[in-house]
Design a binder for this molecule. Sequence first.
Ligand code: HEC
Ligand SMILES: [Cu+2]
Length: 481
Amino acid sequence: MKNIKLLLGTAIAGALFLTSCKGNENNEPTNNSDISVSREMVAELTAPPHVPTPIGRRKAKKLKVNMEILEQEGELTDGVRYNYWTFGGSVPGSFIRTRVGDEVEFTLSNHPDNKLPHNIDLHAVTGPGGGAESSFVAPGFEKTFSFKTLNPGLFVYHCATAPVGMHIANGMYGLILVEPEGGLPPVDKEYYIMQGDFYTKGKNGERGLQPFDMQKAVDENADYVVFNGSVDGLTGDNAITAKVGETVRLYVGNGGPNLVSSFHVIGEIFDKVYVEGGDLINENIQTTLIPAGGAAIVEFRVDVPGSLVLVDHSIFRAFNKGALGILNVEGEENKKIYSGELREGIYLPEGPGIQSMPTTDEIVESEVPAKSMEEQMKFGKQVYMQTCFACHQGEGQGIANAFPPLAKSDYLNADVDRAISAVVHGLSGEITVNGNKYNSVMTRQMISSEEVANVLTYVYNSWGNNGTVVTKEMVEKVKNK
Ligand code: HEC
Ligand SMILES: [Cu+2]
């Protein structure tokens, strides 16, 4: 009943809107080009997941945007290096925040150390190539062009230098927000997230510096699909945060180059979605589609504490290719809204990070063995955060009645071979850990002997455990039993 009323309300509002539109059919789109600008200011640019200060009530201005292109090596996932091409040194590139009527004076500088010419096509621009033609710039040069923001909304920008797909695949995309007159309604937290697909010569997880693979890109066969430029771009230290009761607004873009995102937050419902980043507001949405080269603004209030999990709900991308992020919500439980423990722990049977391929696939032995205890702890932590974390939790505390603790676990500390076996062969049936019974299944973890040794060494040397050091040889022995 309520819904019908709502629908009717929307229909009536829609009809009104249409008629009012007709009233000024001619001056409606040109309106914003008549907004006069007063004074000049330099735009604040931010790296993801942050966004610049809201526009609020500020008047239209001449807004100077200074963007530097940097080609730089970075980490796509643990041990996997990639030569990123960036707008402003991050993937996605710096967030640009404007309002309708701003006169943007855009200076694009191509760092002298770069190897290639680049340019920028901003979807917020009305003009040839979205600025691409006027901004084409060789290494060691800069170009300035200007445009007026006519349409409010959230827009993608990207490099449009041939081969365009390759420039985008290497990370050359970002978002520009054009706020309406008076600004967007205030919220408590705002974040910047962008999905992208990556194509590497080596297969998923293969270590070393990985060159771009043109054929895989043409075939749309992505090795990685990630948020904010890398597999851990939005997890661990990069996770975003909010407090119970706060309203959260996410500016979500999709750089592609190929894949469309089915953007979803596990454990939340979007109260509002600005569909495709435009004026249309949809309400009570579970998953919103974000096209390659498109964006959406989503808003929700966080009501209960826990870790919300951001995914591309084309779900193998989330669990096997990296399209997974975390929003940590702190605050008081609200049993009226949700009664259980951290619900996403149970929903994520495969773990939050990159998962190895099914058992039919060979386990790739990593080539770079840990050279010291310190390195073993470091590599081990990486494996833990990718593979074990979702079930056994960040501090090894587990989840009551579902996943046993690894912290101070008597089961773990009593028998190292048994612990190795749990990881390499899997574990099922009733076990007792610290006096509590668990009767569940842990599947065989598809990681190399080296990684098993590292992760168990990390576990044994964390959270009050007995300090056992596990070697690759010990793992192989259990494997070959
Ligand atoms: C999909 C969830 C899941 C993942 C991922 C997972 N485990 Fe487990 N783990 C379990 C469950 C469930 C049990 C208990 C199995 C049972 O009831 O027989 C368990 C049991 C264990 C135990 C023995 C019990 C204890 O608490 O000491 C160890 C050790 C262990 N896991 C280590 C790991 C390590 C190391 C990783 C990462 C490489 C990992 N697990 C990944 C679910 C998981
Ligand atoms: Cu480029």
